[in-house]
Write a protein that binds this ligand. Structure first.
Ligand code: V47
Ligand code: SF4
Length: 375
């Protein structure tokens, strides 16, 4: 749809005049304000925000939808933080905990044919007895076995914990990890930046200002990163807008974020005590409004293992341009929280089919969005 066609539709249907103004801003390529975003969350229906988000996504990428070939490595689920929404962490040596040695991880990586993937995504808990040598060794081992892959590893929360445990600054941690092979960082651990709510749902976790500072340090060191939001728990729309605004402000400064990934809170096996997960229409509205507000973070990613393949296809018409990865079934953070896909695995052919079925053009990318192949 062209901007004139959208203007025409907006002028014909009876839309709140303030919403109409926001639509004009979007169509004129003007940044929307926090007040605008809040109004969209409070008043705009799914079709309205969806149409605008799809327009913006199409302006940026046409019908292209990106994916990559990756694998998740989760060295341990032992974690000191015990976030209330997390279904994944365990106490050291308790039932359900795991702690893979470098040898165990390297044995499984050696089975992967060369060229089968372009990214290894490594993330786990904050383990109280694993010093930075373990992580540097792990990165070096991955690079030795799979020299051409990008390593996207460790959330800002893990970086902060390594700094704490080893008595060195977070900059030093990042520099050491980079020297050992770290190429990029995932966006986890952001949760919700509002300090009061953060203290309620993940009291011991990295403070919001520190999460942002670590990403800034990474960007200044040339490590590109992602960002996330955990939504659908106790947060208000104003909390979501505040969260997005802190990211947009940092991105104006550093331009180091590649992708934003909204993570829907899943309620199984954790103690947060939310009885009902959000309806899918709210997920679609959230994807759409995020696309409209975060005008400076290029990619909006759907993490399909969490939302399911079928629903993720629908998000491609609501501002999403990235279907994340082919993944393998080793990722547990969502399956333990009740995600739609209990054994997340997609072959490259299945990924291409899913994207084509949605009338989009599949484009394989690497971690930092260099195009590998268009299908
Ligand atoms: O920070 C934990 C979330 C995140 C639950 O950067 C939960 O490419 C929902 O950030 N319900 C870690 N979410 C995973 C992550 C990620 C995933 C995929 C791709 C990328 C990327 C990053 O998982 C945590 C937290 O926000 N999480 N528990 C739960 N019950
Ligand atoms: Fe640990 Fe991350 Fe789970 Fe929090 S969300 S308890 S930091 S693994």
């Amino acid at each position: 749809m062209t901007s004139n066609e959208i203007k025409d539709i907006v002028s014909r249907v009876s839309v709140n005049p303030d919403l109409r103004k926001i639509a004009s801003k979007v169509l004129e390529n003007e940044r929307i304000s926090c007040e605008d975003a809040l109004l969209l969350y409070e008043k705009a229906d799914l079709n309205f925000v969806g149409m605008l988000a799809h327009y913006v996504k199409t302006q940026k990428f046409g019908d292209k939808v990106f994916f990559n070939k990756n694998i998740h490595v989760e060295p341990s689920n032992v974690c000191v933080h015990k976030c209330k929404f997390c279904s994944y962490y365990r106490e050291e040596k308790s039932e359900g905990s795991w702690e893979y040695s470098i040898d165990e991880i390297s044995e499984s990586l050696k089975k992967i044919p060369q060229g089968a993937l372009t990214e290894v995504h490594i993330v786990g808990g904050c383990h109280p007895n694993r010093k930075i040598d373990y992580y540097c060794n792990l990165l070096q081992t991955v690079k030795a076995i799979l020299p051409h892959v990008y390593i996207k590893a460790f959330t800002a929360v893990e970086i902060e914990y390594m700094s704490h445990l080893n008595g060195i600054s977070t900059e030093e941690v990042l520099a050491l990890l980079k020297k050992s092979g770290l190429n990029a960082m995932p966006g986890g651990g952001a949760e919700i930046f509002d300090e009061k709510l953060r203290a309620e749902i993940c009291p011991s976790k990295t403070l919001s200002q520190d999460w942002l500072a670590i990403h800034k340090q990474a960007h200044l060191l040339g490590i590109e990163t992602n960002a996330t939001i955990l939504y659908g728990h106790r947060e208000t729309f104003a909390h979501r807008v505040d969260h997005l605004n802190r990211l947009r402000t940092l991105q104006d400064e550093t331009n180091g974020f590649n992708a934003f990934i909204p993570l829907k809170y899943k309620k199984e096996n954790n103690v947060l005590g939310i009885e009902r997960e959000l309806p899918w229409t709210e997920d679609l509205r959230n994807f759409s409004i995020t696309r409209l507000f975060l005008d400076n973070i290029p990619h909006l990613k759907v993490y399909w293992p969490m939302l399911g393949k079928d629903f993720s296809q629908i998000t491609l018409d609501y501002g999403v341009d990235d279907f994340d990865g082919t993944i393998n079934d080793s990722t547990k953070i969502y399956s333990m929280a009740g995600s739609v896909e209990t054994k997340p695995i997609l072959t490259q052919d299945e990924m291409i089919t899913l994207i084509k079925e949605s009338n989009k053009i599949p484009v394989e990318r690497d971690t930092v969005y260099n195009v590998i192949k268009e299908y």
